[in-house]
Design a protein around this ligand. Sequence first.
Ligand code: 3EB
Length: 330
Amino acid sequence: MVLPNQSFQLSPLVTCSYSNQPPDALLEGDDVLAVVGFDQNCAPTGHSRHFNTGLPVLGKPLYEVWRSYSVVEHGIDDHCYWSANNELMFLGLWIDESRHPDLKTAVFESYSSLLQILQDRNYPHLLRAWNYLPQINHGDDDNERYKQFCLGRHEAFNHYRQHHYPAATAVGHSGGDTVIYLIASRQVAPQHFENPRQLSAFRYPREYGPRSPSFARASMVLGRDGRQLYISGTASIRGHQSLHRGNFCGQMDVTCENIVTLLQHIASQLRLAAIPGLELIKVYLRNPQDLYKAKAAVKQHFGSKVPVLFLQGDICRQELLVEIDGMCQL
Ligand code: 3EB
C-alpha cells in the first residue's frame, strides 16, 4: 500500500493581519471574512465583508484583514453584514441612531439583531467584539453615551442569555455611526480570562454607570493548529480606578504592564512554558500628538518587530488617554 506522501496542512480558525492593499483587492480572496478600514468615515459600506470605523490611522493607511481557512459565504440581511464558513461567523452593523428613540434602545436593538442572527444560524459562542461609537464621552453622569451603550449591551446580552462575555474593545470617534462587529463560533467554546491587577469590568462598582461593561479581559479559542488569544482593550486602570490622570507616559506604562500581567496570568493558568508575546497590536490615542511617546513605549514593552496600528480614538473614560488591544497565537 502506498501512503500519500503529503502532510496535511492544518490551519487555524482565522488569522488577522494588517495590509496596505486596498479593500477591493483584498476582498478578491474568497477566504477573507472581513476587511476593516480606519478612516474618518463610519457608515455602511454597502459591501458585505467590508467594514469601516471612523477611527483615523495615525500614519499610512492600513487595513485589518480577517482570513479563514476556507471559502466563506457572505451577505447583508436586515442591515447586518455577515460572512461565515462552517465554523465561524464575522458579523456587524452600523447603527442609524435617528431610527431609535435613544442610544440605549439603539444598542439594545442592534445587539439583539446580531445575537438573533447568531442564534438562528447556530454560532452560539462569542469570541470577540468591537464597538466604535461617536461622541463616546458626551452626556453627563449616567447619561454619558458610553454608560448608555453599556446599558443597552447588557440588556441585550441578558435577553439572549449570553452570560459568557467575550473580549471586547469600546472606543469613541467623531466620524459618523456606531459600528459593532464581532466574531462567533459554532462549536469551539472560548475560554475567558480576567486580569489579576484589574477588577473584572462586569463587577465595576455603581459609580461607573447603571450597568457595568460586559466583557472579559481576554478570550482564547482553540484553532486547528493552535490557540488564539484575543486581548481586550486595556487602559490605565488598576482595580477599578484610573491611574495617572493627565500623564500620558504614566498611563501608557500602566496599560502595557496590565497587558503583560494578563499574559503572565494566562501563561500560568494554561501551564505554558513561556509567556506569550503580542503578535498584533492596536493602540488608540485620544490625542494624536502623543504618537511618538506611544511608539517608544510600545517598542519598550513589546519589542520592535510586532505590527502596530496607531489609531485616533476616544477612550471610554474621559480621563483616559490611551487604550491598547492585541492578539497572539499560543
Ligand atoms: C476598561 O478597562 C477600559 O466596554 O467593551 C476596554 C475594553 C474598555 C472594552 C467595553 C471598555 C470595553 O474598562 C475600557
